[in-house]
Design a protein around this ligand. Structure first.
Ligand SMILES: Cc1cc2nc3c(=O)[nH]c(=O)nc-3n(C[C@H](O)[C@H](O)[C@H](O)COP(=O)(O)OP(=O)(O)OC[C@H]3O[C@@H](n4cnc5c(N)ncnc54)[C@H](O)[C@@H]3O)c2cc1C
Length: 720
């Protein structure tokens, strides 16, 4: 028989036996008073056996969470006196509590984890950080029921030893009060009278003591961090923001909106990477590439296919035109109009309250400020590849200007890196006529997505002519006169790939040097290290966006910016922990790949139980009408419930379709709510509703339906 079942039967038998035998009648104040003299005689006769039996019974009562622990404690004082009673009760109650904690953990933890996986993770993180504090407070204040604390703590990941010793120490004062009361048993009328209001309040104060102590330690630490620096008496600004990408712009905007005096410093281009080198140019290019592809495959729509005739220079000019069209949204003029002072220059943090700006037009300016938001972004990662510097490679930073000079797309383009940026650009350039080889070290592209998604992406790219070379490691670049070569290793052999242009897109690394982090000793790893409030080592210096991670998206940069700016300006009243619980993203290949929450693979790796529901776009009227049937909607839900754990959509406009799932997850709406929402016919968005419908079908109440069939049969007069 399974161990859990055995334990459950043993616990249930213990509890039932206790009540069936009427043992609860013995654990009352009256019974205790009536039997005190008899127990006293027994103790004189058996001075070792009686304390031992008392200890064991106490452990059993608490381990099984039976009522009567308070009476047992009084009995300890009445029988053994204060010190021996305290010793026995203190150990017996801690051992019993730990057993109850273990029983709860063994029997229920897995089930609770499966059901509340992600939410429980947040609680576990809190327990890891503050569990000992919580437990100590709960133990010290005897109004929190003893057995509930044991059971609930068993469901968390608190370590057993921590639970034991904190329980022992935390319960000592309360135990002493009860044992001491037991020594004057005759004077007690009701158990509830033992704790006076004053005594309760002193316990509450004692319980709060560790928190107060911790707050004091935090203040002391903060002072120590700031000690080497001279804090200005007055400040020129409430906030200085470094970097005018998504993170910096939003931080500055929020500060200005709440009437703070804010300066935004940008060393290069307003709008940062997204506008100038990232999202905007790449999506503009992808659009041209898609139109070209549609022309080639116009026969799909009953039209004459055509080889697109175009000037690549014009395509790239359009990309720059699009940037210029979006530019006013992020411009100095717009932000100045919103109440932000914008300085164009390179910012350097001199001390926790001072920023030096080397202005682009010469000169410098030094500003003191209450708070700083670092939003310095990230830059393309350049691999340490021998010969790379000799082949005039481009990155996402340089390609837009470099390619604007070309009359035709690079004839042979090698894209190094099969992440979202590499995959998007590889497909776009292939559609614009380049012969593209995508070199990826790992075994699949878009490796953060489920394998089936990577496979669909690979097929999509290959359909457009991209040679997808997975499990190919770049070894070095070589130059042979005008010829440029990439040497790769694959299956134990070296291969060379000749190219005209090499695009390096192996990832992006946070900008961490040159602007004061090193001098101030602000810790960094891959990104600037922050706490949940986005505070760096110095609580008045915050970091947001790519420079702080963990995601590298425009929308996460602006999301973080809200927390950084609000905490920077109002943290003395209330601070907000950054919430990464529902983060969507899209890779804009064709078909698009969009995701929010868990993927199937992640759920498996993290041991989170889930149900998977799929709806194929091939079944959707609008997708059929558009000849865009490649893809699916995949939704992960809590087993037996409609709560969404994650959604992946592959298909045309997947990024837009995903918004419905993002909303649902953010606001706790389940698949039933999506199913109960009218979606316009015929739209691609109906795919979400049909996915919800698939889930509903799988959860149809079969037994009720069988009865309904009988009912209708009866209504027809019993005909089959
Ligand atoms: C090709 C490509 C495509 C992308 N596509 C998408 C997409 O489709 N969707 C999406 O969400 N994300 C996309 N991204 C990612 C997105 O661009 C970034 O996540 C986003 O720009 C991060 O914003 P940020 O404010 O953190 O940093 P950035 O936009 O990098 O801005 C940081 C700014 O700080 C400035 N700076 C740095 N140090 C200093 C200093 N000391 N003083 C003054 N100024 C300084 C820099 O000049 C820069 O302008 C893409 C990126 C690339 C490269």
């Amino acid at each position: 028989m399974n161990k859990k079942l055995l334990l459950l039967i043993a616990v249930a038998a213990g509890v039932l036996g206790f009540f069936a035998l009427g043992l609860d009648d013995y654990l009352t104040l009256d019974q205790l008073k009536a039997s005190q003299a008899r127990f006293g005689e027994l103790l004189t006769q058996y001075p070792v056996l009686v304390p031992a039996a008392y200890f064991v019974i106490y452990v059993i009562v608490t381990a099984l969470s039976l009522p009567g622990a308070a009476i047992m404690t009084l009995a300890g004082g009445a029988l053994f006196g204060l010190w021996q009673g305290l010793l026995l009760v203190s150990f017996a109650s801690s051992v019993g509590a730990t057993l109850a904690f273990l029983v709860a953990r063994f029997l229920l933890r897995d089930t609770v984890e499966r059901r509340f996986g992600e939410r429980l993770k947040a609680i576990d993180r809190g327990i890891e950080r503050d569990g000992a504090f919580y437990l100590f407070t709960l133990r010290l204040v005897p109004i929190f029921p003893f057995f509930i604390i044991n059971l609930v703590m068993g469901l968390t990941r608190l370590r057993i030893w921590t639970f034991y010793w904190i329980s022992q120490v935390g319960m000592l004062a309360g135990t002493a009060v009860y044992v001491n009361a037991g020594t004057q048993l005759a004077a007690i009328e009701r158990v509830g009278d033992i704790l006076s209001l004053e005594l309760l309040l002193s316990f509450v104060l004692l319980g709060l003591f560790p928190w107060i102590a911790r707050a004091i330690v935090a203040v002391v630490q903060k002072r120590r961090v700031y000690k080497p620096w001279q804090k200005p008496k007055r400040f020129d600004r409430n906030l200085v923001v470094i970097g005018a990408g998504a993170g910096g712009l939003v931080s500055a905007y929020i500060a200005a909106a709440v009437k703070a005096k804010v300066t935004l410093v940008e060393a290069h281009k307003m709008g940062g990477d997204c506008l100038n080198y990232g999202c905007v140019p790449s999506k503009a290019l992808i659009k041209s590439a898609r139109v070209a592809q549609q022309m080639r495959h116009a026969d799909q729509y009953g039209l004459q296919p055509a080889t697109p005739q175009f000037s690549f220079r014009a395509v790239m000019a359009r990309v720059h035109r699009i940037i210029a069209e979006v530019e006013p949204h992020d411009s100095v003029e717009r932000y100045t109009g919103l109440g932000v002072e914008v300085l164009q220059g390179y910012a350097k943090i001199i001390d926790p309250w001072t920023v030096d700006i080397a202005l682009n037009d010469g000169g410098s300016q030094r500003l003191t400020t209450r708070a700083i938001v670092i939003a310095a972004g990230a830059a393309p990662l350049i691999p340490d590849l021998p010969g790379l510097e000799d082949v005039d490679y481009v990155t996402s930073d340089t390609l837009w200007d470099a390619f604007a000079e070309l009359d035709a797309p690079p004839r042979r383009l090698v894209v190094l890196g099969g992440g979202p940026i590499g995959s998007e650009l590889a497909q776009a350039f292939a559609r614009l006529g380049s012969t593209v080889s995508l070199v990826q070290r790992g075994e699949r592209i878009l490796h953060k997505e489920d394998p089936e998604v990577s496979e669909l992406a690979r097929q999509a790219l290959q359909r457009d002519g991209v040679q997808v070379l997975t499990e190919h490691s770049a070894l070095r670049c070589e130059r042979d006169g005008e010829r440029k070569l990439l040497v790769v290793a694959h299956a134990g052999e070296e291969k060379t790939i000749e190219f005209d242009q090499l695009l390096v897109s192996v990832g992006r690394k946070a900008r961490l040097t040159g602007y004061g982090l090193e001098e101030l000793g602000i810790p960094t790893a891959k990104t600037v290290t922050t706490n949940d409030y986005l505070e760096t080592l110095y609580p008045n210096i915050y970091a947001a966006g790519d420079v702080a991670g963990p995601y590298q998206f425009t929308h996460t940069a602006s999301h973080m910016a809200w927390y950084a700016a609000v905490n920077a300006l109002f943290g003395q009243f209330k601070r907000f922990k950054v919430d990464y619980s529902v983060i969507p993203w899209t890779t804009f290949i064709d078909p698009e790949v969009a995701r929010v929450g868990l993927s199937e693979e992640e759920a498996r790796e993290r041991g989170i139980a889930c149900e998977v529901t799929r709806f194929e776009l091939a079944e959707l009227d609008r997708a059929i009408a558009d000849s865009a049937t490649s893809g699916f909607v995949k939704v992960l839900t809590v087993p037996g419930r409609d709560r969404i754990l994650g959604a992946t959509i592959v298909g045309t406009q997947a990024g837009d379709l995903l918004a419905e799932f993002v909303l649902a997850m953010r606001h706790g709406l389940g698949l039933n709510k999506i199913l109960g929402t009218i979606h316009t016919y015929p739209t691609l968005a109906e795919a979400n509703k049909y996915a919800a419908g698939e889930w509903k079908k799988a959860h149809a109440p079969e037994r009720v339906l069988r009865w309904l069939a009988r009912y209708h049969q009866w209504r027809r007069g019993g005909t089959a």
